[in-house]
Design a protein around this ligand. Structure first.
Ligand code: 4NP
Length: 151
């Protein structure tokens, strides 16, 4: 499985999601390729937000090897699953999809926890809430592994 986590800036939510899913795959011996990207490109080349780094570290995960990059249409050919953090990311990703098969790869990450509810992972950039985001993503990553580990 090749999985891409996507948010707006690729400095707060999707780096956490990448770090969490990588850690779980490592623990379970799953050879998945996992990356993250942002729809905006505003923070390209930057480290994750210090608050994401701290929250990950508290949970035993080092995400300081990550650098922000922009989501590109070529990602549709490499990734099997493209996980958007909110509906705005979902729409921006879909605008770049070359065909219907590509659109089918795009899912809202919290629909793995709350099916069909289209709930967002709240953007913690302006209001903190990084621990809450971590908890949501941790549960979502467990469900993603349950859904795809035998495929
Ligand atoms: P993220 O959070 O999409 O979870 O990385 C944000 C990061 C930066 C900005 C907004 C959201 N920004 O406006 O620069």
């Amino acid at each position: 499985m090749n999985v891409l986590m996507v948010c707006l800036g690729n400095i707060c939510r999707s780096p956490l999601a990448e770090g969490i899913l990588k850690q779980k795959c490592k623990e379970k011996g799953l050879d998945w390729e996992i990356d993250s990207a942002g729809t905006s490109g505003w923070h390209v080349g930057e480290l994750p937000d210090p608050r994401s780094i701290t929250t990950a570290k508290k949970n035993g995960i080092d995400i300081t090897d990550q650098r922000s990059r922009k989501f590109v249409a070529a990602d549709f050919s490499h990734y099997d699953l493209i996980l958007a953090m909110d509906s705005s990311n979902y729409q921006d990703i879909n605008k770049l999809a070359p065909d219907e098969a590509s659109k089918d790869k795009v899912k809202l990450i919290l629909n793995f926890v709350f099916p069909d509810q289209n709930r967002p992972v709240p953007d913690p950039y302006y209001n903190n809430g990084f621990d809450h985001v971590y908890g949501l993503l941790d549960t979502a990553c467990d469900r993603i592994i349950e859904s795809y580990r035998h495929i």
